[in-house]
Design a protein around this ligand. Structure first.
Ligand code: OGA
Ligand code: MN
Length: 223
């Protein structure tokens, strides 16, 4: 027996398919993709509802590095983060969406993406994240980075833009306004980027797809 789809299901999945294809073809030609209005409204508003219900104690100071090398460094970044664990229906819904994108990219681009980790980030006024890479060559952990913005309004005077640099030598970069629904994806080892100081509260989701680099000596990713 086939399961019946309502017209909204059909258009939502057709919309999703078009978006995923756009992301895949951008990644193939440029190594990055910037998509305004990509996050489905229904999912975006659920995530915002959950966000507004969080206490400041649900967020913790963000760090840099991994596992044994992990440390806090307020010269590099000053945002605060809250990991998605999939324990709430909304968190699950977001991780499922990211899983469908992963499957699409693996099918279309043979990327071999294996796991996904994601957190909410809050930048208060004055907060920033200096120019950095999300992964280092040869470490092969984080392969594809994703950022999605959750700010219903954002003006030029609010600062807080993401600047995506095309390579080490690029000083100008591409500035992205952190406006609700805009999604940015880029190859983690290829694109240095930074978050300019925000002048008001700035909310985003960051996520990373990793390959499975487990060896006999080391389980990686650890979960
Ligand atoms: C990060 C990051 C960018 C942003 O969390 O690694 O680069 O625009 N975030 O929030
Ligand atoms: Mn980053």
């Amino acid at each position: 027996m086939s399961t019946a789809q309502t017209p909204t299901d059909v258009s939502a999945s057709a919309y999703e398919e078009r978006l995923f294809e756009q992301i895949a073809s951008d990644l193939l030609t440029n190594g990055y993709s910037i998509c305004p209005g990509a996050l489905p409204n229904s999912l975006g508003s659920k995530i915002c509802e959950q966000l507004y219900g969080l206490e400041s104690t649900d967020f913790s100071a963000a760090g840099i590095g991994r596992q044994a090398q992990y440390m806090h460094n307020e010269f590099v970044r000053t945002d605060r983060i809250c990991w998605f664990t999939g324990e709430t229906p909304t968190g699950r819904h977001w991780l499922d969406w990211a899983e469908r994108l992963k499957e699409y990219l693996n099918r279309r681009l043979f990327m071999g993406l294996f796991s996904f980790e994601s957190h909410l980030a809050h930048y208060g006024p004055g907060d920033f994240y200096k120019r950095h890479y999300d992964a280092f060559r040869n470490q092969r952990s984080r392969i594809l980075s994703m950022v999605v913005y959750l700010n219903p309004s954002w003006g030029a005077e609010d600062g807080g833009e993401l600047v995506l640099y095309l390579n080490d030598a690029d000083k100008q970069g591409i500035k992205v306004t952190p406006l609700m629904g805009t999604m940015v994806l880029f190859l983690s080892e290829e694109f240095p980027h930074e978050v300019l100081p925000a002048r008001k509260d700035r909310y985003s989701i960051a996520g990373w797809y990793r390959i499975n680099s487990t060896t006999a000596e080391r389980v990686d990713p650890p979960r």
